[in-house]
Design a binder for this molecule. Sequence first.
Ligand code: ADP
Ligand code: ADP
Length: 239
Amino acid sequence: MSKRIDVTDLDVYYSDFLAVEGVNIEIEPRTVTALIGPSGCGKSTFLRTLNRMHEVIPGAHVKGSVELDGEDLYAPGIDPVLVRRQVGMVFQRANPFPTMSIRENVLAGVKLNGGRLARSDEDAIVEKSLRGANLWEEVKDRLDKPGMSLSGGQQQRLCIARTVAVAPDVILMDEPCSALDPISTLAVEDLIHELKTEYTIVIVTHNMQQASRVSDKTAFFNIAGAGKPGKLIEYADTT
Ligand code: ADP
Ligand code: ADP
């Protein structure tokens, strides 16, 4: 179920260094928001705070709040693992688990979180997720082949299937196409359009054309200079 994201007075630090300052943004469900801005302005840093992924970096911490349909992801006692189940992340470089088959890759996140499943449930999740990632027809006859045997574009859609399999409310993407060729990029962009009907999507991109093609809203970040914090300058309809 797609959820609204409310970010209030968010500051993000790496130890003492203030990397991102004073972000306020309301992101509506069933929309795609593109994060745009120069290198180093804090796009990835901000993105990672939306599922507490920044916490894997020692010393990284936040002030302010991030709410999903009014629920604070940073309230005391909230388990970051549960947050990451609700808010999935797709990375720049497709990262299928190298020792796993296509099928095992799709199920990897589900098993990590939920433990055992009946084989018939697994089959249903694998098919539904791969269909959801527009990959089913291409791989249905080779599900037991290594995930790494797929092309780069297919691997990225496999990683999207792995994220979708966990049934999140929000999907974050950090430059998901920057390592892909133009045809694979279009396939992933088409997929983003389709995913929008079920998820709230936030995507970091360096590419204004891509922002125009895939997003409803654009969040412009900027930075006043080296050592200064990145800031959200404007949040507007994508033109
Ligand atoms: P990209 O622009 O491709 O995302 P970056 O150079 O921004 O690559 O970052 C690559 C990795 O290095 C990220 O995980 C980021 O958190 C980390 N990183 C970036 N800047 C620093 C820094 N000043 N100190 C330590 N790690 C950093
Ligand atoms: P962008 O994604 O817009 O290129 P980043 O979020 O990667 O920007 O970086 C924002 C700022 O935070 C930069 O000054 C970068 O060097 C710094 N930074 C990023 N990751 C780390 C890290 N792991 N440790 C320390 N500083 C970091």
